[in-house]
Design a protein around this ligand. Structure first.
Ligand code: IVH
Length: 715
């Protein structure tokens, strides 16, 4: 993944060529959108906040240098992610904003200077400073003093209607406090839903005891609890709420930010007791340090301090950038760090043979979590250089026995940032990265341009074989119920399955005895064993795209597999083409790389893998046991949208996004997430933003949902 790359391996923004910058902006847009989706829609962050911020900063720096290359879907213009399916959508009367970030005292001084420059004043300004709560934001709408709607932020413009759930939260008043004439007619209160550490621990204990899902951190627990389709579940979850901002108002709350917060408290909301008014940047920073020092004893997660211009008339003059106010900034806490001993370096072997070094550490607490493993990326990272040979950590290498600095932010895999050479034990030797696979002894080689060393053992390597099997049974591949990663490991260890084909011969190989043997194993009963065999039988029939994806060929992901399946249509056509293909040249090769979305690297990986005799024999054994469903060939389907590239944007009212996509694909269209010159049709619902704008610029035909339904004959 892009974000696995260490920042040191990237070209500095001011050294990028225009072409490099364009490619980098595309990569960053994709990485940030994936990170947003994981964080906001799936409540399962994949990268740390610090890494996320680093990507955003890099994007902003490149955009600042090449303003003309700023993308229509630039991450700088986006807040969060589009709402998940399942809840009704709510369009916010006023956009829900995000905040710019400061990472150092200097950044805070810059913020104050830029605010004063904008206002044309040399005079000191007052700001409020308050903790930045690590939860999820919620907008509460009160009309005539009563709560009428609660909505999550979503993408800032459209959120999810979680009113029923919000009513179960004790901190959220059903009616505003005060006499009827004394409360605003319309009031949108904004704030953060969060869960305390104690409640989070207790919830996880309860969940674990009941065999339910446990949460990685309080933020995920809060988000998962609020966004329950069944509000009865939300009711059992101890959520809390701090009010810190507002949206639409029928009358001003006060003249100052501090006054407005006091008014919200008087109307019955919980407000953060650490909110202070500060007269200078020094006071702001002193309050920040105080909050940081007390962070561990607060009882809930915070990830920084927010400063806001106190005078609301000045806030109004300062206004907004695209998604962030000019009058506020979040001063983030640094990623959490700790020093510990590196006890060993282990090598893990992945599905494609990649050798990944893992640091085994003397256990140490980093930000409240005990860490004993961390990633070391690759051999260059250990050696203290980047992929181009330039030094990282000023060239300091990492050795077993070293005192190393571990960091973690959010819930991602911890990393090693630095090493203390003054603490290096005598006799510590540079780490010799293995040139043989630790699992199978095959040679491990590094291809030119690849940061990763790979085992060449292919199927004879047990680590690769198991990882391949795990991939084979995974959700987007064969998705065999009852056969997950754990069971695959067990079966592999016991010699029941060594390659995918073995899954489909299990029952015949072990005959009727298979059931008995299986049910006598730990964790298996008669019923689960029987279910497993029928789940395997069900998957004997498999769509071509799933099969291609399941093969686990390097660079061939889920969507590429669908494109390839759509291109060849049948397994026979695909295999015949691969047999006749020559990597790098010839008509078949040209035809393959002409498939939209298939590049040279992927094509070469496909062809070489399918030309490897052992690999191919294993695939043939598998294919012989399956009934492979043909894929509708793109363009073959007789429909007005066959072969067209379609993009959906905005809110769809008659169908979910997933449905719309599946329907379009079934009609032979290609559904893309972004508008480009290749787009044939944009289907835009209410709330369509940058994509509609870009389509207009490019002259792409745009229709609404009704128009789409009429076009495909479903109106
Ligand atoms: S003010 C006008 N204050 O941080 C700005 N936001 O990174 C609206 N957050 O979306 C936000 N604590 O979810 C503000 N004391 C605080 C906050 C806070 C947490 C969240 C909020 C916002 C995000 C921006």
């Amino acid at each position: 993944m892009a974000q696995d790359r260490s920042p040191d391996e990237l070209t500095a923004p001011d050294e990028l060529t225009e072409e490099g910058a364009r490619a980098e902006l595309a990569r960053l847009a994709e990485a940030l959108s994936a990170a947003n989706r994981a964080y906001h829609t799936e409540d399962a962050p994949e990268i740390s906040d610090a890494d996320y911020d680093a990507l955003k900063r890099r994007n902003a720096a490149i955009e600042a240098r090449f303003p003309a290359l700023k993308r229509a879907d630039s991450p700088s213009d986006q807040v969060g992610a589009a709402p998940a399916e399942g809840f009704q959508k709510v369009t916010h009367a006023q956009r829900m904003l995000s905040l710019g970030n400061a990472f150092s005292d200097e950044d805070v001084a810059d913020f104050d200077r830029s605010v004063r420059r904008y206002l044309g004043t040399e005079e000191p300004l007052a700001y409020t400073a308050e903790p930045k709560i690590d939860g999820l934001s919620l907008s509460l709408r009160y009309e005539s003093g009563r709560l009428v709607q609660a909505a999550t932020r979503g993408d800032g413009t459209t959120g999810e209607n979680v009113t029923v759930n919000a009513r179960t939260i004790a901190d959220i008043p059903e009616s505003l406090a005060g006499a009827p004439g004394a409360v605003p007619e319309t009031l949108e209160v904004r704030g953060e839903v969060y869960m305390s550490h104690a409640d989070f621990e207790a919830l996880n204990t309860r969940q674990a005891e009941a065999g339910g899902k446990t949460f990685a951190n309080p933020r995920n627990a809060a988000a998962g609890s609020l966004r329950q389709l069944d509000a009865a579940i939300t009711r059992t979850r101890p959520l809390r709420f701090f009010a810190y901002a507002w949206g639409e108002l029928s009358e001003p709350l006060a003249e100052t930010q501090m006054g407005a917060i006091e008014r919200l408290a008087a109307l019955g909301f919980a407000t953060n007791p650490l909110t202070r008014r500060c007269q200078t940047p020094d006071e702001m920073i002193a309050h920040y340090r105080g909050i940081e020092a007390g962070r561990a004893t607060l009882g809930y997660d915070i990830d920084g301090v927010v400063y806001k211009v106190d005078d609301l008339s000045l806030q109004a003059r300062l206004g907004l950038r695209s998604t962030t106010p000019r009058w506020a900034i979040a001063h983030k806490f640094p990623a959490e760090l700790a020093w510990t001993r590196l006890e060993a370096i282990d090598i893990q072997v992945g599905r494609t043979g990649a050798l990944s070094p893992v640091a085994r550490l003397a256990p140490v607490t980093v930000g409240g979590v005990v860490v004993s493993n961390a990633t070391l990326h690759n051999e260059d990272y250990i050696a203290g250089r980047d992929a181009n040979g330039a030094p990282i950590r000023e060239g300091r290498d990492i050795r077993v026995g070293d005192l190393v600095q571990v960091y973690r932010a959010g819930d991602v895999i911890p990393k090693i940032a630095d090493v203390d050479l003054s603490q290096r034990p005598k006799g510590a030797v540079p780490y010799a990265f293995p040139t043989r696979c630790p699992e199978c002894g095959s040679e491990a080689v590094r291809e030119p341009g690849d940061a990763v060393r790979r085992c060449t053992g292919g199927l004879i390597c047990p680590a690769q074989a198991v990882e391949k099997l795990k991939h084979f049974v995974s959700r987007a591949a064969f998705d065999i119920e009852g056969l997950g990663a754990k069971q695959v490991e067990q079966f592999y260890r016991d010699g029941w399955i060594a390659e995918p084909a073995d899954i489909f011969t299990l029952a015949v190989r072990y005959g009727p005895g298979a059931l008995t043997q299986l049910k006598n194993r730990e964790g298996w009963g008669a019923k689960s064993a029987e279910n497993l065999f029928s789940a395997i039988e069900e998957r004997r029939r498999i769509p071509l795209n799933r099969l291609i994806f399941a093969l686990g060929i390097r660079h061939v992901g889920e969507s590429a597999a669908s494109l390839i399946a759509g291109h060849y249509g049948s397994w026979a056509a695909f295999i015949t083409a691969m047999d006749g293909a020559e990597a790098g040249s010839g008509a078949v090769w040209e035809d393959l790389i002409a498939v939209d979305g298939v590049g040279q690297v992927m094509a070469a990986s496909l062809v070489t893998t399918l030309h490897q005799p052992a690999e191919r024999a294993s695939i043939d054994r598998l294919a012989g046991l399956l009934t492979i469903e043909d894929a509708p060939r793109r363009g073959d389907v007789d429909s007005p949208v066959a072969g067209k590239t379609v993009v959906f944007t905005g809110t769809l009212e008659k169908m979910t996004r997933a449905e719309a996509k599946a329907r379009a694909e079934a009609l032979g269209a290609k559904v893309s997430g972004s508008v480009s010159a290749k787009t044939d049709l944009l289907v835009a619902g209410p709330g369509a933003g940058s994509k509609a704008k870009k389509a207009a610029e490019l002259g792409v035909e745009t229709i609404d949902e009704e128009g789409w339904l009429a076009l495909i004959g479903a109106a």
